[in-house]
Design a protein around this ligand. Structure first.
Ligand code: GP9
Ligand code: MN
Length: 648
């Protein structure tokens, strides 16, 4: 027994470097999971991480003995950076990095500035293992450890770690459920994979999928046509003749893609008045969906544009605007063009941002006015200020209306109200009381600025007579990445006592689960000057439902839509690209497999939602399939063929 311990101890002594490297990298994975998905002491991710790091450490054995310290150092730094970047990325996007994002590097450079300005200093925690490793090397050098060590047996030094790693991975793989396996292959639920398998296995699987291009499952023609027949058939059958059909047919349509606008702020009022007085007025004069959720994935703005226009979910493993521009989509723009409309998009930023130059053509816009078409006479945040953008856009729209004898559909994408909301001096006076100087206070100031810019647009358009036969459709594109601590300041801070409410205080709001999801709602409003529909609808609605709802009012129908016409339903379930969903009663958070009661925000254990989860997965897969395998094009070609084959 004693002898065994001695031998074991001498083995450790022989392998101080690989053991220290492995321990540091595994601890980094633990910390990352703790600070993101929240699970730490879970044997599965710990074992897989150890196995992956052992496999990685084998690389060092290919180096000559005297270079190996550098090898371990290099790998340790690599692991620190990998964890750190994933931590920052998660803080921004609630997901983990993927090699599929490489195509978006140019975009990351632009938002990088915003990430750096709001740099979370806790990221430096991931630098601790490499620093400790460096100290260990120095210490060992001092005691001549590396000189005293024998040159190891070549065969054994490769075999031992390899066998250990394979054994560990085998243990884990035996316990994988079929859901786990399918999620590893599909990889659209990245937080779930990191939670279950740790960051290293996730990164390896993601690398194999995206770089070694083991590609998405290709559907057979017969399977594809069956899926599309079901979708189209279902849509045609459930198409309801409601009283709103064609109500806005032939009117000009001005769509405002309203950057980072969240619904919660519409209820806030400070000494200077409400944060969004004009938006509130539009909501009360028009059709307001107060329970509206954007359904974007990591492609934020661009995903919302995509879903708005197509009624498909964005892909969850990359960004449609970057990688799936050459597919055929049915879109609001194309449908309206079929009705004689001229279709334009307008944005004060660089046209390459989110690859809009290309993708707006795919979506069917006739013309895209971007940065080069505007005088950059006032800049705030990411670029041209909303006030100037709107002012110049009114001129452009006015000119187009004079030139063309046809209805117009225009999408105006705003820019100023974008993270990090730190150009406070440019937003104008708006006192946010005790929130002065906080990030959320700055967001509210910026939002108030955007509200005044919106007012100037609507009034300017009206002065030009451009709203007399028009509707304005406004959607908040996504939430503003406000940190939970800032919501705490808003909801749980008592300015009179100068302290936070405790958990058992009746005023206390738990910032998490369903409440956090609801805080991230954004406005969706259909407004017209004649106030043709004044109504508030609080049934849960998602971006997917916009085209079916708005399309019906404009007299167009997309047979490939995945949403529902909100004017024909009393209940609804909104699904998200990562597998989360929300309805009137519950919110399901797929990364942690938690079901929340909407009213109490408490986790519910005794309700079985597996059937709903299966159906949600199927919907997501169908949407992904349509995009990845270009099924609309395929289905259209079947239709053309069968038309040709049919009896004349
Ligand atoms: C930039 C803008 C911002 O042109 O649309 O994109 P986002 O960072 O919000 O996805
Ligand atoms: Mn945006």
């Amino acid at each position: 027994m004693r002898l065994g311990f001695k031998r074991w101890f001498s083995k450790i002594k022989l392998n101080i470097m690989p053991i220290s490297f492995i321990a540091g990298a595994v601890i980094n994975d633990l910390i990352l999971r703790k600070m993101t998905v929240g699970n730490v002491i879970h044997w599965k991710p710990i074992l897989t991480s150890i196995a992956m790091i052992i496999l990685m450490s084998i690389l060092v054995l290919f180096l000559p003995y005297h270079r190996r310290n550098r090898g371990y150092m290099g790998l340790s730094i690599f692991c620190g950076i990998l964890n750190g970047l994933n931590y920052l990325y998660y803080g921004h996007y609630n997901s983990f990095l993927s090699f599929s994002l490489i195509t978006q590097l140019t975009h990351l450079r632009d938002v990088g500035d915003s990430i750096i300005k709001s740099l979370d200093l806790r990221v430096f925690i991931f630098a601790i293992p490499p620093v400790i490793l460096l100290m260990i090397i120095k210490k060992l050098k001092k005691i001549d450890y590396f000189i005293r060590m024998d040159t190891p047996n070549r065969r054994r030094e490769f075999m031992r770690p390899l066998v250990t790693a394979i054994a560990l991975l085998s243990v884990v793989s035996i316990t994988l459920t079929s859901t786990d396996k399918s999620r590893i292959v599909k990889q659209w639920n990245r937080p779930y994979l990191v939670e279950q398998l740790g960051i290293y296995s996730y990164t390896a699987a993601d690398f194999i999928k995206n770089v070694a291009s083991i590609n998405v499952h290709q559907v057979e023609e017969a399977e594809a046509s069956g899926m599309m027949e079901d979708l189209v058939g279902g849509n045609i059958r459930s198409r309801d003749e409601n009283e709103y059909k064609g109500i806005f047919q032939g009117r000009d349509v001005y769509i405002i893609h309203y950057e980072s606008a969240q619904t919660f702020a519409m209820d806030l009022e400070f000494a200077d008045g409400p944060v969004t007085p004009f938006l509130n007025r539009m909501a009360s004069e028009g059709l307001h969906f107060s329970n509206f959720y954007p359904q974007h994935s990591v492609g934020t703005s661009s995903d919302s544009e995509f879903t708005f226009n197509t009624s498909l979910l964005p892909i969850n493993n990359g960004t449609v605007f970057m990688t799936h521009t050459n597919r055929e989509y049915q879109t609001l723009q194309k449908l309206l063009k079929g009705e004689g409309y001229y279709s334009i998009s307008m944005h004060g930023n660089n046209g390459d941002f989110w690859n809009r130059n290309i993708m707006h053509r795919t979506l069917g816009y006739d013309r895209f006015f971007s940065k080069g078409d505007y005088m950059i006479d006032e800049e705030i945040g990411l670029g041209l200020s909303d006030a100037s953008f709107f002012r110049q856009s009114i001129d452009k729209i006015g000119r187009l209306k004079d030139e063309r004898d046809q209805p117009i559909v225009a999408t105006l994408i705003t820019l100023t109200n974008h993270h990090p909301f730190d150009e406070v001096d440019s937003y104008g006076e708006f006192n946010v009381g005790y929130l002065e100087g906080t990030d959320i206070g700055n967001y509210l100031k910026s939002y108030h600025y955007a509200d005044r810019a919106l007012e100037s647009f609507i009034k300017g358009m009206d002065n030009e007579g451009l709203l007399d036969n028009a509707i304005v459709v406004l959607y908040g594109d996504h939430h503003a990445t406000i940190a939970n601590g800032d919501y705490e300041k808003l909801y749980n801070y008592n300015e009179h006592t100068g302290s936070y409410y405790s958990k058992d205080d009746p005023q206390y709001a738990d910032i998490g689960g369903a409440f956090l999801k609801q805080l991230r709602r954004t406005p969706f409003i259909i407004w017209s000057k004649d106030q043709a529909i004044r109504k508030n609808i609080d049934t849960p609605m998602g971006m997917l439902d916009v085209l079916p709802t708005l399309g019906n009012m404009l007299g167009v129908f997309n047979p490939y839509q995945m949403g529902v016409d909100m004017m024909s339903v009393d209940t609804n379930r909104v699904i998200f690209a990562n597998g989360d969903w929300i309805n009137e009663d519950f919110y399901y958070l797929v990364a942690l497999s938690e079901l929340y009661d909407i009213d109490t925000n408490e986790i519910v254990e005794d309700v079985d939602v597996s059937i709903i989860n299966e159906s949600v997965e199927k919907r997501i897969e169908l949407s992904n399939n349509i995009i990845e395998n270009d099924l609309i094009k395929l289905f259209n070609s079947f239709l053309t063929k069968s038309d040709g084959d049919g009896p004349m």
